[in-house]
Write a protein that binds this ligand. Structure first.
Ligand code: C5P
Length: 298
C-alpha cells in the first residue's frame, strides 16, 4: 500500500452521437468519444473510511454516496474485499453537468487511484468492467484518446487521429441533466433505426483533416438540448459567425464545442465568441488527450 497516489482523468466531447430507440432504460448509442486536455486532478491518501473533498468547479457537488468518485471507491472495495479506505481530493476542471463527463472522469480516476493505493492490482479489463457498472461514460475516461463507443457507450474501439484537434468550448452556468435530455429526445423523435457512426468522420479523423472533421460533427441529442435550452442556438450561431469549422452540442449539453484549424485560430474564435456574450465561459482545449494516468504526487 502506497502513501499517496495522484492521477488525472480527461473530460470528453462527442464528435458524433447517434442514439437509437430505448430498451431497458437505456438508449443504444453509436458515438465517437474524444478526450480533451481539460483534466480532473485526484489525490488519494490512506484513511479509515471513504471521503471526498472537492475544489475547483465542483465545490457545490454532493460529497456523500451520490458522488460518483465515492461510489467508484466503494464498488472497488466491495468487489476486492479490502478493508482499506481513502480520502479523495478532487480538483475539477471539467464543467459540472456540462455534457463532458466530468463526474465519469472522477469515477475513473478514483478506480485507478484506489487500486494503486490499496494494492488491489486489478487488470485493465477488470477496471473497465467496474467502470461500465458506474456509468456509460466511465470506461472511456479510463481509456482516453479517441474511440468509437457502442452499447451504452462502454463497448470501445480506439480510432486513429492523424493530427491534434483544436477546440473552443462554450460553457454555461446551469447544467442539463442527462436523463432529462434523453427523455426529451424520446418525445421529439420517432424511434430511429440502428444508430451508426458516420464513416466519413472516421476517415477525416484518420487523415487529420480538421475541415472535413468540422463539417461532420453530429449529435442526435442536440435538438432535445436546444428544445430544453433555446439559448444554445445563439451559441451555435456565434461559432458560425466566428468562422469555426463546425460546432455541435457535446453529449447531452449544454456545453457547445467548435473546431478550429489550429491553436491560433482557436484563440481567435474564442475571443469573438466571448465578445458575443452567449456563454458563461469560453475555453480552448486540444485532443486527443490520454485517459487516466498517474501523475507525480503530491
Ligand atoms: O450511464 P449514466 O449514469 O451516465 O446515464 C445517466 C442516465 O442517462 C441514465 O439513467 C439514462 O436515463 C440516460 N442514458 C440513456 N442511454 C444511454 C446513456 C444514458 O438513456 N446510453
Amino acid at each position: 500500500m502506497s502513501g499517496r497516489v495522484r492521477v488525472r482523468a480527461p473530460g470528453k466531447i462527442n464528435l458524433a452521437l447517434a442514439v437509437g430507440a430505448p430498451a431497458g432504460g437505456y438508449h443504444p448509442l453509436a458515438t465517437v468519444f474524444h478526450a480533451v486536455d481539460l483534466y480532473e486532478d485526484l489525490r488519494a491518501t490512506p484513511a479509515a473510511g471513504i471521503t471526498v473533498r472537492l475544489a475547483g468547479r465542483g465545490r457545490d457537488l454532493p460529497t456523500d454516496g451520490r458522488n460518483l468518485a465515492v461510489r467508484a471507491a466503494e464498488l472497488l472495495r466491495a468487489r476486492t474485499g479490502t478493508r482499506a479506505g481513502a480520502a479523495l481530493e478532487i480538483t475539477k476542471a471539467v464543467p459540472v453537468a456540462g455534457g463532458m463527463a466530468g463526474g465519469s472522469a472522477d469515477a475513473a480516476a478514483a478506480l485507478v487511484a484506489c487500486d494503486a493505493l490499496w494494492g488491489t492490482g486489478l487488470s485493465r479489463g477488470e477496471l473497465h468492467a467496474l467502470a461500465a457498472e458506474l456509468g456509460s461514460d466511465v470506461p472511456f475516461a479510463l481509456l482516453g484518446g479517441t474511440a468509437t463507443g457502442h452499447g451504452r457507450g462502454e463497448v470501445l474501439a480506439p480510432v486513429p487521429v492523424g493530427a491534434p484537434l483544436h477546440w473552443v468550448l462554450a460553457l454555461q452556468d446551469t447544467g442539463l441533466a442527462t436523463p432529462a435530455v434523453f427523455a426529451r429526445y424520446d418525445e421529439l423523435a420517432p424511434a430511429p433505426p440502428e444508430p451508426a457512426v458516420p464513416p466519413g468522420l472516421l476517415a477525416a479523423l484518420a487523415a487529420g483533416d480538421p475541415v472535413a472533421v468540422g463539417a461532420q460533427l453530429t449529435n442526435d441529442l442536440q435538438e432535445a438540448a436546444l428544445d430544453l435550452r433555446p439559448e444554445l442556438g445563439d451559441v451555435l450561431a456565434a461559432f458560425d459567425r466566428a468562422g469555426a469549422l463546425g460546432a455541435v452540442v457535446s453529449g447531452s449539453g449544454p456545453t457547445v464545442v467548435a473546431l478550429a484549424l489550429d491553436a491560433a485560430h482557436a484563440a481567435s474564435v474564442a475571443a469573438v465568441v466571448r465578445g458575443a456574450e452567449v456563454a458563461s465561459e469560453v475555453l480552448t482545449a486540444s485532443g486527443p488527450a490520454s485517459g487516466v494516468v498517474r501523475t507525480l504526487a503530491p
